[in-house]
Structure formats: C-alpha cells, structure tokens
Design a protein around this ligand. Structure first.
Ligand code: NAD
Ligand code: TYD
Length: 351
C-alpha cells in the first residue's frame, strides 16, 4: 500500500467497520484514523476487535466540522481519505430529507475543502469517495448500470449521494485533487443496522413480529457481501486510476419477496422451527414513495482492470449473516433499544 495514514469517515457504521477491519488485516504497515460522529447508525461495538490495535485511533467528530477535520488530517499526517460517512437509509430520507442534504452534500464538500486546504497540490495523496448505484436511478426488467449510465437519482438519499459524487469530480477537474469514486449495489452482512431489509427481516422472524413487505415485494436488488465490498475498496484505493469511477456489484439479483421467503427458511431452520412456520408473518404494507423498481450492476470494469470478483456465493454469505445475527442477539437488541422505531412502525404502529 502506497498510503501510510488513512482517515476513514463513517468507520463506526456498517460498511466502514468492515473496511477498517479489512485494511488493518491486509496492510500491516498502515495506520487508520476512524472519524465518526456516532449517529444512531454508528456504534463502536462494531470495532471491539480492533480497538486495542496500536495502528488504530478513533476521533469523534462531524464531517461538517471543517476545522476538526483539517486538524485531524494534519495531526495524523493523513495521505488518503476513504469517505463513507453519510445518512444512508432511503426511508429516513423520505421522512427527513434536510438531514440527508446537510450530511451527504455539505459534509462531502467540507471533507473535500479540508483535504485541499491541508494537501494543497500534492499528488501522492488520494480522496476515495464511497457511493451508491442508486445515483443511476431505477432499471426496468432488463439492463445493468455501467459507469457510463446517466445519473437519474429519484429519492432524497440518492439525489444527495449524486450531488456528493458531482462535488468530488468537480474538485478533481477544477483543483486536480486525486480522487476515485465507487458506486456499489446493496450490501449485506454482519453489523448492519436492522432498519435495512435483511437484518430487519432476520430480527423480526426471530421475534415473530410482522415482516413488512413494501408494495407487492417485486422490487429487485443486487446483493453484495460487505466483506467483498471492503476488498473491492482496498483494490480501488491502491490500484484505481485517478478521476475514475468503478461500479461494484454482486451479480446477484433478488426480488424482495423471494429474499424474504429465503430468510424465513434460514432463520426458522436455525431456531428449530417447523418449515414455513414464519410465513404467516409476511405483511404487505403501503409501498415506499417513489420506490425504485430494480438496481443491478455491471462490474466488468472492476473485474477486468483491477481483477476483483465476489469471493463467495450468496448462499454462503447469507447463511453466515443469519448465523451472525442469531449469535449476536444482544447486538441486535442493544442497537434498537434507544429511540429507534422502524419506518414500518412509524407508519403503522407496532403490531
Ligand atoms: P451506515 O448508516 O451504517 O453508517 C454511516 C456512518 O456514518 C455511521 O457510523 C455514522 O455515525 C456516520 N456518520 C453519519 N453522519 C456523520 C457525520 N455528519 N459526521 C461523521 N460521521 C457521520 O452506512 P453504511 O451502510 O455503512 O454506508 C456507508 C457508505 O456507503 C455511505 O456513504 C453509503 O451511501 C454507501 N453505500 C452503502 C450501501 C449499503 O448497502 N449499505 C451501498 C452502496 C453505498
Ligand atoms: P433497503 O434495505 O432499505 O435498501 P434500499 O432501499 O437502499 O435498496 O431496502 C431494500 C428493498 O427492500 C427495497 O426495495 C425496499 C424493500 N423493503 C421492504 O420491502 N420492507 C422493509 O421493511 C424494508 C426496510 C425494505
């Protein structure tokens, strides 16, 4: 690895914690600062296994606090930023859009401005922006998003991420800041806050609570194991070309309703219940406003240029994921013990 001191924003969140764990394991010489505001989605519990590592430091801070970001970049001699901090849940962006614009757009602008203030015109540095395939909008029955697909974001979340991508490119073209961007499909794995589909369904099957399926459950997502995403980020950070965008996907499309059936089977099996026991919990609820029909990624560029492909099958990854949540019931209960209520509960009340 050509970078020595990395600043990871949002490292206490779902993907960020996997990225930190992966980079510390893969690069013995690297030092990492985790810069995170610890919102409802950030949890230092996610990094218990690395907190004793002398190469790892945590700084509690908001990416919009430019003075603190600049001070942290200087104090730690940071030569690469991996920017993941964001508000990340589409339903919340529908309920509370301004928070998303402030964190995702102004927060990214603040990070870019701070990096330029501290790095000046240095070329031996890198600003890596982690983004989503949702910036490309919604697909019909066929087709895949490529890096050339025109942006067409349709939710406050995806519009805020699209804006942040544009800012990163603007800093590259205007100021020559060395940047890379990746746009990734839906991640699954351990430590994901249980408001997103997979951990929410696992938790609700465990607790025999209703399983809210939006609309008819026919929307399609392309699921990628978060550990494979972390490995892809490592490849792009170390070998990606400045100014270039890389799509990351799992080649693994599932209709929501089919995935819910699969999760019911996996959880019921592990809890020693009769086959089909939890099917009765499926509850069709009012569709999400502006619900994108289908996302699917063509990750050819990443495979051909940087040699990355997913390392495990969905069956293996999902099985391991279900095992993790059931073995870490305390984690599931503690992260949802505060003011958290799922979008479904907010809309329809707990049943
Ligand atoms: P997450 O919600 O689990 O974690 C976000 C982290 O950012 C939390 O630790 C939170 O405390 C921190 N954060 C939020 N606002 C902050 C602020 N103002 N200052 C500092 N820290 C702040 O999110 P995630 O699912 O891990 O996603 C990480 C990144 O990856 C996001 O940029 C998201 O857009 C992108 N992404 C996610 C997915 C996915 O499937 N989860 C897919 C593609 C891209
Ligand atoms: P989600 O995990 O929120 O990711 P995203 O919206 O960013 O793709 O949702 C994945 C899919 O699952 C999406 O089509 C919405 C649907 N969904 C439900 O049907 N019920 C739920 O309770 C949730 C959270 C999502």
């Amino acid at each position: 690895m050509q970078y020595h001191s990395l600043l990871i924003t949002g490292g206490a969140g779902f993907i960020g914690s996997h990225v930190i764990r992966h980079l510390l394991q893969a690069h013995p010489e690297v030092r990492i600062v985790n810069f995170d505001a610890l919102t409802y989605a950030g949890n230092l519990e996610n990094l218990r296994d690395v907190e004793g590592d002398a190469r790892y430091t945590f700084v509690k801070g908001d990416i919009r606090d430019r003075a603190l970001v600049e001070r942290t970049l200087r104090e730690h001699g940071v030569d690469a930023v991996v920017h993941l901090a964001a508000e990340s849940h589409v339903d919340r962006s529908i309920a509370n859009p301004m928070e998303f614009l402030e964190t995702n757009i102004m927060g990214t602008a603040s990070m870019l401005h701070a990096a330029r203030e501290v790095w000046g015109d240095r070329k031996d540095v890198r600003f890596y922006h982690v983004s989503t395939d949702e910036v490309y909008g919604s697909l019909g029955e066929d087709g895949l998003f490529t890096e050339e697909t025109a942006y067409d974001p349709r939710s406050p979340y995806s519009a805020s991420k699209a804006s942040s991508d544009h800012l990163v490119r603007a800093w590259h073209h205007t100021y020559g800041l060395p940047v890379v961007i990746s746009n990734c499909s839906n991640n699954y794995g351990s430590h994901q806050f249980p408001e997103k589909l997979i951990p929410l369904m696992i938790r609700n099957v465990r607790d025999e609570r209703p399983l809210p399926v939006y609309g008819e459950g026919l929307n399609v997502r392309d699921w990628l194991w978060v550990v494979d995403h972390a490995a892809a980020i490592d490849r792009i950070l170390t070998a990606g070309e400045n100014g270039r965008t890389y799509n990351i996907g799992g080649l693994n499309e599932w209709r929501n309703i089919d995935l819910v059936h699969l999760l019911i089977r996996l959880v019921d099996e592990r809890l020693g219940r009769l086959a089909g026991h939890s099917e009765r919990l499926i509850t069709y609820v009012k569709d999400r406003a502006g619900h994108d029909l289908r996302y699917a990624i063509d990750a050819t560029r990443l495979a051909t240029e940087l040699g990355w492909t997913p390392s495990i099958t969905f069956e293996e990854g999902l099985g391991a994921t279900v095992d993790w949540y059931l073995a870490n019931s305390e984690w599931l209960d503690s992260v949802t013990s505060g003011s958290y209520r799922s979008y479904y509960e907010q809309q329809y009340g707990a049943r």
